[in-house]
Design a protein around this ligand. Structure first.
Ligand code: SAM
Length: 221
């Protein structure tokens, strides 16, 4: 390959350590926010969001009739609607939600298949889950300690995980990222450290953020 000028990348420690976070908006938020903005029309009716109602309020607007918050029983505040483990969550009603927003959550759940079956169960027929997961990533000390950080994904593992439960034809997977945005994320940089051109290419060999839209089948008459 010859001569490479490493410049700022010569160091063997990250430019900005992952914890505590230096910025609110890490590089992967560009992909997460962009996905949920593009899918805004699915954010409607009864919506369940993990962690808070940030995306529900931002992209659902007047289409949302009710918003509920899901949080792991570990570290949940009294204000959350459901302090429940998605792996086994009988307290969340079946066939209830039009949309479930699940950003950056499945990596913290060891038993993925039962968690995805719960997502399918709690959606109304025709309801939609919008989820994002990391592909190439570092681990996050605080989250890892609280819930355990078990998984990074590829388009294939995410496609099979949801396809096995929802049916392959009801699942759409996207892979976002490229070598530059991936290096930036691993160094703890924020979207402000990059510019719009850096996000122009999604290289399938560098999955930084993967997204899944899965639609529960309509009830058959
Ligand atoms: C990093 S936060 C992601 C949500 C955040 N609002 C975001 O946009 O990134 C991780 C979330 O995973 C949830 N979580 C972790 N383990 C879970 C489990 N077994 N069942 C349900 N939620 C879980 C936590 O409650 C937390 O809200």
């Amino acid at each position: 390959m010859g001569f490479v000028r490493f410049g700022s990348l010569r160091r063997i420690t990250p430019i900005a350590p992952i914890w505590p976070p230096r910025y609110k908006a890490a590089v992967d938020r560009v992909y997460i926010d962009g996905f949920l903005e593009r899918e805004a029309m699915s954010i409607q009716g009864e919506v369940l969001e993990v962690g808070g109602l940030g995306y529900t309020n931002r992209f659902g607007g007047d289409r949302v009739t009710a918003g509920s918050v899901l949080h792991s029983p570990i570290g949940a505040s009294p204000e959350v609607t459901y302090a429940a483990d998605l792996v086994d969550a009988p307290e969340i009603p079946s066939e209830h939600f039009d949309c479930v927003i699940l950003p950056q959550t499945l990596l913290f759940i060891y038993d993925l298949q039962p968690a995805v079956r719960t997502l399918h169960r709690i959606l109304r027929p025709g309801g939609v889950v919008l989820a994002t997961v990391p592909g190439i990533t570092q681990t996050v000390p605080d989250d890892k300690e609280r819930w355990g950080q078990y998984w990074s994904f590829t388009d294939q593992s995410l496609g099979r995980l949801f396809g096995d439960v929802f049916g392959p034809d009801r699942v759409t997977i996207e892979s976002h990222g490229n070598v530059k945005t991936t290096i930036a994320l691993l160094h703890g940089l924020a979207k402000e450290d990059l510019n719009a051109r850096d996000f122009a290419l999604d290289d399938p060999h560098y999955p930084l953020t993967l997204t899944v839209k899965a639609v529960r089948a309509e009830a058959t008459p």
